[in-house]
Structures are given as structure tokens and as C-alpha cells.
Design a protein around this ligand. Structure first.
Ligand SMILES: C[S@@+](CC[C@H](N)C(=O)[O-])C[C@H]1O[C@@H](n2cnc3c(N)ncnc32)[C@H](O)[C@@H]1O
Length: 328
């Protein structure tokens, strides 16, 4: 993409841009803080007419250039403050208004009120044009910290938390949802979450859920859906950061980020684990535990001492219990 340094840093990743454009597909859409056009180009593929508004003349020049390079002809560029009458008065009725607002480079705690332009200001300024709004918001915000009647969609990309989308009006499908890209696995909140059994030990298989599911608070609901065909599915908390789903039967789900076979559960005895790994054709072991970073390589080198095989293990620690797994 043509861009300045800033523009490319904030530009929407390709998979996210494509997904959002599909979800917001309509006839007329305004992308009202379009930057260098990272999202605009995908709207142009899915919508009949796009209005791209940006206050920074340099950024909108890049957005124009990016569209030209791709042969896109259905975008009208407006260089103005998106909240000004100068920008709004030249727009027709719109099906959807989308905004990926600017936010402070750093904040002690992300705050929905520090987005620029702000969500309430955009909704007030465009209320005569549409009632269907979509916003990008910081994914660090928990659902309770978003004081609007909207769908809060947590999105992970390539296994990591990446974005949050807020949908208003007819675009809202539920209270909270989670999606993983590129798999496209998705879950929506539906009433009270079911009670799921908590297991103190992992069963034969362990599954690491996508971060977006946890962030959305939808893990129990996901487990409830899986329980319909895998009755023994349980939650297994490893440490403050990690919670797995576990079952005796091997299963798959588009909202699993990683799937493991549990090989061995034992005390955290480095010599015994190293012997097991040597005798079972292992070459490497990834230590996936909350250990002091200065101790990490010391422990890992001892675990891997003399390994000459081919297999790769993952070692999780729940207190002083070591859980040795291999990816499926
Ligand atoms: C996060 S970036 C948008 C990135 C864009 N979605 C992309 O994928 O390339 C936010 C943009 O909002 C613009 N902006 C901030 N306040 C604005 C306003 N009042 N009117 C229009 N644009 C604004 C900033 O200049 C910045 O380029």
C-alpha cells in the first residue's frame, strides 16, 4: 500500500478488511476516518458506492492512490473533519456509517471515550443519514466497559486478539460475539451461559480456545455448544492466563486455536521429564508457563538436554504439576 509510516501502522489487515466488508455489505457506505484506505478498498469491492472521509490531506491522498492502483472507481474522497457540516451535507442517505477512529498512542487504561471522532459524536452528527453504525474499538475493553446498546464483536487474527467491532441498529445481531480469522469460526451470546464442569486435571485431549472467545466471556457458552455432542467436555484452568477445554474424545472446532494430545501429567521433575522426552523421540519442548523470564532458557535447556529425536512437545505448568502435550 502507498502510505506514510503512521498510515500503514494503523491500516486494517487484509483478512479483517475483507471480513468487515462482507459483514457490512450494502449499497452506500461512508468510511469516515479512512486513513490511507486500508478498509476502504474492501468496502469498494462489496458496496456499490463508498464515501471515504479523512481529515488528514496526506492520508487521503494515499487512500486515493491505493484505490487508483487497484482500479477502484466507486469511492468518493472527501478531505474534511468527519463531524463538520462540510463533510456531512454533501452525503446522500447512507445504508451504513463505519468509523475506525484514531486513539491516543498510549493510555494507562483504554477508554471508549478517548476515540477521535467519538462514538456519540459520530452517531449524533450522522443521525439524519442512517441508524446503522459500525465502529472499531480497542479490544482491551471488556464488554461492561462499553456503555452502548450494540453488539460487541471480539476478533482474533492468526491466534491473537486483534480488533473489536461495535455494531448498532440493524447491524446488531446479539449482545457479544467472537470471531476468529482466517478460520471464520464465530459464536454469539445467547442468554445465560451454561454451567460447565471444571476439571482439576486435563483429560486425554486439551484445546486452547481463541483469545477472542475468552475476551468476549463466551467460553462457557462455547463449551455448552460442544457438550451437545461431547458430553464430557470440561474447562481446565492452568494458570491466570491460560484456560483450556478438555475431553476424552478428540474433537475439532473453528474456535480452537491449538489442539493437543495430553501425553503425561506428573510432578515438575526436570530430570524425569527429560528422560521421558529422550526415550520417546522428542527433539524440542516449548515451555508454556508463567516462569520468570530470566529462568526460562535455563529450564528449557535442561529439559532439552541430549534430545535427538523428531517430535516437539509443549509443557504447561499448573502450580508444580507438569502437563506434557503434543500438538495434534
Ligand atoms: C486508525 S486510523 C484509520 C485507519 C483505516 N481504517 C485504515 O484501515 O487504513 C484513524 C484515522 O482517523 C482520522 N481522523 C481522526 N479524527 C478525524 C475526524 N474528525 N474526521 C476525519 N478523520 C479523522 C485520522 O487522521 C486517522 O487517519
Amino acid at each position: 500500500m502507498f502510505s506514510d509510516k503512521d498510515g500503514v501502522r494503523f491500516a486494517t489487515p487484509e483478512d479483517v478488511g475483507r471480513y468487515r466488508a462482507m459483514r457490512l455489505r450494502c449499497r452506500t457506505i461512508a468510511d469516515i476516518s479512512c486513513g490511507v484506505g486500508g478498509q476502504t478498498i474492501y468496502f469498494a469491492n462489496e458496496c456499490e458506492q463508498v464515501y471515504a472521509i479523512e481529515v488528514d490531506p496526506e492520508k487521503i491522498a494515499y487512500a486515493r492512490k491505493n484505490c487508483q492502483r487497484l482500479g477502484i472507481t466507486n469511492v468518493e474522497f472527501i478531505c474534511a473533519d468527519a463531524l463538520s457540516t462540510e463533510a456531512i451535507d454533501c452525503l446522500p442517505q447512507l445504508d451504513v456509517v463505519f468509523s475506525d477512529p484514531a486513539r491516543p498512542a498510549s493510555e494507562n487504561m483504554r477508554d471508549i471515550n478517548s476515540l477521535q471522532p467519538s462514538i456519540p459524536d459520530v452517531m449524533a452528527a450522522y443521525s439524519a443519514k442512517t441508524s446503522n453504525f459500525a465502529f472499531e474499538a480497542p479490544p482491551q475493553l471488556t464488554p461492561e466497559r462499553i456503555p452502548f446498546d450494540c453488539e460487541k464483536e471480539y476478533l482474533s487474527l492468526e491466534g491473537k486478539m486483534n480488533r473489536m467491532n461495535l455494531y448498532f441498529g440493524d447491524l446488531k445481531k446479539c449482545g457479544v460475539s467472537a470471531i476468529a480469522l482466517p478460520s471464520g469460526g464465530r459464536i454469539e451470546s445467547a442468554g445465560e451461559a451454561p454451567l460447565i464442569r471444571i476439571s482439576e486435571e486435563p483429560l486425554l485431549y486439551a484445546y486452547e480456545p481463541e483469545e477472542s472467545v475468552e475476551r468476549a466471556g463466551l467460553l462457557a457458552q462455547m463449551a455448552g455448544e460442544i457438550r451437545e455432542h461431547t458430553p464430557d467436555i470440561s474447562l481446565f484452568r492452568i494458570d491466570k492466563k491460560r484456560i483450556f477445554l478438555t475431553s476424552m474424545e478428540e474433537i475439532d472446532h473453528r474456535l480452537f486455536k491449538n489442539r493437543y494430545k495430553v501425553l503425561n501429567t506428573s510432578g515438575f521433575d526436570i530430570t524425569a521429564i527429560n528422560t521421558y522426552l529422550r526415550e520417546n523421540d522428542f527433539k524440542a519442548v516449548l515451555l508454556r508457563a508463567a516462569v520468570d523470564p530470566k529462568d526460562y532458557w535455563g529450564i528449557r535447556n535442561r529439559l532439552e538436554e541430549g534430545l535427538k529425536g523428531k517430535r516437539k512437545a509443549h509443557l504447561f505448568l499448573k502450580g508444580d504439576i507438569a502437563i506434557l502435550c503434543e500438538e495434534l
